[in-house]
Design a protein. Sequence first.
Length: 272
Amino acid sequence: MRRLRSIVAVGSGGLDAAQEALGSAADAILLSVADARVPLDAARRNAAAVLGAAGQAEKAALVTVNHPKTRLLRDDLDALLSPLVRGVLLPHAVEAQDVRDMAVALREFELRRGIEPGDTAVFPVIDTARGLLHAEQIAMAAPRVGGLVLHAERLARDLGARPEQRGDRLAYARGKVVAVCRGLGIMPLVTSDGLELTYLAQCGFAGAVLPDVRYVVTANAAFAPAPLVKDRANAAVEAYEAARAEGAWAARFEDEVIDAEAARKLRHLIGE
C-alpha cells in the first residue's frame, strides 16, 4: 500500500454502515471481527460483504482480526482472507511471537487462496505498556509488518493515565512508535478522534485510524508532505543519483549524508 493517511473505521456494522466510507476519499477502510460486543458469525458475514463492496469500489480494506491466543484467528482468516484484504491489524501485540504466529497463519491461507505469500501486511497494534516496551522487536518480527498502530486510548488505560492525543502524558509512546517505524522504513499509524490530526502529523505519524468520514479531508491534507518538502526530497535524490553515477556510495547534500537507505525513504516520501 502506497499510503494510509486516512483509514476510516467502519467496525462490524455491515454494508449499510460502510457505504459512506466506501464513497469517500479515504485511503482505506478498517473492518473488525474482534469486537466481543458483536456476535462473531455476524461480524464475519458483515466484514465479508463489505470486502466485496470495497473491491468493486477499488478501496483498500484492512481488517482487525482476533489475537492468535484467542484461538479464533484461523476461522477469521478462513472467512475473510482474499486479495481484497490488504492488511490485518493485530490487537494487543505484546511480543514478537504474536506477530510470528500471525505470519504463519497468514502464509498458510495465502498459499491456499493463491495469494502471493507475504502480500498481506500485518499492522501490530501497540495498546499496552508491554507492547510499547517491545515495539522494536514486534516491528522486526516478520518482513510482512507494514507498520505499527498506536492506540492511545487503550494504552492510556493500561498505563493508568488519561488518554490524550496531544501533550506530554503519552509523548514518549508517540515518539517511540514513530522512531521505530521510521527507522525501519514502515508506517507509523495512530488512532485518532479526528481533532488533533495536524499535531499527530507533526509528531511524525504517516496516517490515522479515524472514527468518521468527516475527518478524511483533514487527514489527507495533514499527512501529505508539503510541496517544499517534496522539492527538497527530489533534490536530495538527484544528488544521490549523481554521486552514484560518479562511483560514490553516498552523496553530500547540504549538511546531510544521503546513502541508499536515505534515498529509499526520500523516494517513498516523493511518492506519497
